[in-house]
Design a protein around this ligand. Structure first.
Ligand SMILES: CC(C)(COP(=O)(O)OP(=O)(O)OC[C@H]1O[C@@H](n2cnc3c(N)ncnc32)[C@H](O)[C@@H]1OP(=O)(O)O)[C@@H](O)C(=O)NCCC(=O)NCCS
Length: 184
């Protein structure tokens, strides 16, 4: 699968995350750790810039393998605000994951990033994009709806927490043939 290194949107722009500076990525994770570990447990282990360098190296490996395509999100001031990724299941559909740096929440950046990414991918022949989130993660469900995704259903105990407990997910999708969310 050939996906672009950069995608420009009206409010944000996306650049491949494997070119990030480890210090900048580390600083963003540390500024957001308390808020993101609830749903992204990998952040708990972050202790040094070496951890950020390892994540960035892994972004590159997964990109080259074609298993995950991770983009850094920048705002109009060129400030790194978060990350969004695409995990292809087939060449025509995949799932989306994301997190924002806590100082940059509440500004609509993530809904803009998801919309920008799928709008580009749909022009490249991808047909279906899926977002799944923990039922307790209402901010994530709100991103999906704000980015024009349709609620598809409630998945029973499809995710396991670090402590072994199971939790339910909500699933949303957007199709290339769906009307553009802003009616354009
Ligand atoms: C999920 C997450 C990305 C949502 O962040 P968010 O800032 O709420 O989402 P958006 O960037 O789309 O911003 C939406 C908010 O900005 C507000 N906003 C401000 N200006 C806006 C604009 N110009 N356009 C759209 N929304 C705007 C919206 O009203 C909304 O605020 P509200 O929820 O108080 O109504 C964030 O909470 C996060 O990173 N969580 C931890 C990691 C995580 O859970 N990831 C998902 C795993 S499935």
């Amino acid at each position: 699968m050939n996906l672009p290194d950069r995608i420009n949107g009206p409010r944000i722009h996306l650049r491949v995350a494997h070119n990030l500076a480890p210090q900048a990525f580390f600083d963003l994770v540390m500024a957001s750790k308390k808020e993101i570990i609830a749903f992204l447990p990998w952040a708990e282990k972050y202790a040094s810039v070496t951890d950020a360098a390892a994540s960035i190296a892994r972004f590159k490996t997964l990109w080259d393998e074609g298993t995950a395509f991770t983009y850094a999100i920048y705002n109009h001031d060129n400030v790194l605000v978060g990350v969004v990724d695409w995990r292809p299941k087939k060449d025509w559909w995949g799932t989306i994951g994301y997190w924002l740096g806590t100082p940059y929440t509440g500004r609509g950046y993530m809904a803009a990033a998801v919309d920008t990414m799928v709008t580009d991918f749909f022009k490249r022949g991808i047909h279906r994009a899926v977002i799944q989130c923990d039922t307790r993660n209402q901010p994530s469900a709100a991103v999906a709806k704000r980015a024009g995704f349709t609620y598809e259903g409630h998945l029973r105990q499809d995710r396991q927490n670090e402590d072994g407990s199971f939790h339910d997910s909500l699933q949303f999708s957007r199709l290339a043939t769906d009307p553009y969310p802003n009616g354009e």
